[in-house]
Design a binder for this molecule. Structure first.
Ligand SMILES: Cc1ncc(COP(=O)(O)O)c(C=O)c1O
Length: 393
């Protein structure tokens, strides 16, 4: 019997999660597999954050929290926006959800009509397109080029906006390419959007703290205050504080949008886990040294991958400026043996036990993505194995 409704026809389960599950199953059967599929920091959550959760649970903070987020966490988020992004945000302009993913989901659920178009870049985080499809919306994918480091060209944006365009989704630093937008890039995009007052902007800033080569972070809302009345800034603690399992994300947006999102959330999850909100409050208010240490590790590993790719014939990449992935071009290696990136990724797993994700998942066929969120020695071993496999072709 088919249980899924028609909207699920174009929705896929998370590709990186299913590849990781496959790699784990192979490892359970004794195979020597390195999983470079999943996008989560390999570090433990810092102990002060875990202790805050423990204390909150012992103190009885175990009941339904306010739907839009606890007073304490919303105050910490407001302070974070002021400290890091120069933004003054009121409590009723904030929402806390079960991860940035749920923030994005409720934002789209609250605003999309069937057939509404949502603009994404290629490459893009695969969940965006699936969520849009679940809502009956239409993902419209705009090309970017390696020459522009996979950033959106304002003219390309202009050419893709129609009467049905509801949202533009931006993501910097980006998953999977590590593309980073500076304020001049944002300003050029905003100048196009000024011609289209109905188009909303969702800026996904979840990788804010994972930036390389001494870059400083720019938030879309900070760079383009004139667009703030139609902009939502999405962020969370998963990536910056190694807290993927705690499931806390948050956003700043105009009061009316937050209010609509809280209405949706009240019927979905009744807010986010109270104990995890206490942990996230400590993450944002407490010492920030772990964030700097994680960032330094990711930059070291980025360098390791870039150096390794340079020695492997047929592979190339645009040096990621942030996040913890590398999107590696394999076009010269595709042909009869491996017709596309999916076949190549399967071969890499079977041949040398390295789990990666095909670029087509992100709208960029001819590539594969690796996550650099594993120990340096494991990553070096994986790059060796990839090099040996490719040289054997
Ligand atoms: C671009 C992007 N946004 C959002 C998320 C989800 O974050 P969270 O764990 O807060 O739901 C991810 C996770 O991979 C991501 O890559």
């Amino acid at each position: 019997m088919n249980f899924a409704n028609s909207r699920l026809g174009s929705v896929k389960a998370s590709a990186s999660a299913s590849i990781s599950a496959h790699a784990k199953a192979m490892a359970a059967n004794g195979a020597d597999v390195i999983d470079l599929g999943l996008g989560e920091p390999d570090f433990d959550t810092p102990p002060n954050i875990v202790a805050a959760a423990h204390q909150a649970a012992l103190a009885g903070d175990t009941r339904y929290p306010p739907t839009g987020g606890t007073v304490a966490l919303k105050a910490a988020v407001a302070q974070k926006f002021a400290r890091d992004n120069g933004l003054d945000v009121a409590p009723d302009e904030l929402i806390v959800s079960n991860g940035a993913k749920q923030v994005i989901f409720v934002a789209l659920m609250a605003t999309l009509e069937p057939g509404d178009e949502v603009l994404l870049t290629a490459p893009h985080f695969d969940s965006y397109a699936s969520m849009i499809n679940v809502m009956g919306g239409k993902p419209v994918v705009m090309p970017t080029t390696p020459d522009q480091a996979f950033r959106l060209d304002p003219d390309v944006l202009d050419n893709h906006i129609t009467e049905r365009t509801r949202w533009l989704i931006l993501n910097s630093p980006s998953n999977p390419a590590g593309a980073v937008y500076e304020s001049t890039h944002y300003r050029a995009i905003a100048d196009v959007l000024l011609k289209y007052p109905k188009v909303l902007v969702l800026s996904d800033e979840i990788y804010e703290h994972i930036l390389f080569d001494n870059r400083s972070f720019t938030s879309f809302m900070q760079a383009c205050p004139d667009l703030r009345p139609r902009c939502i800034t999405v962020n969370g603690v998963s990536k910056a504080y190694a807290m993927t399992g705690w499931r806390i994300g948050y956003a700043a947006a105009p009061k009316a949008l937050i209010s609509a999102m809280v209405t949706v959330q009240s019927q979905v999850s009744s807010g986010a886990c109270a104990v995890a909100q206490a942990a996230a409050t400590e993450a944002l208010n407490g010492p920030q040294d772990a964030v700097a240490a994680f960032r330094a590790a990711f930059e070291r590993r980025r360098n390791l991958v870039v150096d390794a790719v340079a020695t492997i014939p047929g592979l190339s990449l645009v040096t990621p400026a942030g996040a913890f992935y590398a999107l590696i071009n394999i076009e010269p290696l595709l042909g009869d043996a491996h017709p596309d990136d999916t076949a190549f990724v399967q071969w890499l797993l079977d041949e040398v036990g390295i789990a990666t994700v095909p670029g087509s998942v992100y709208g960029t066929p001819g590539h594969f993505r690796i996550s650099t969120a594993c120990d340096d020695s494991v990553l070096a071993n994986a790059m060796h194995r990839i090099g040996d496999a490719v040289r054997s072709l």
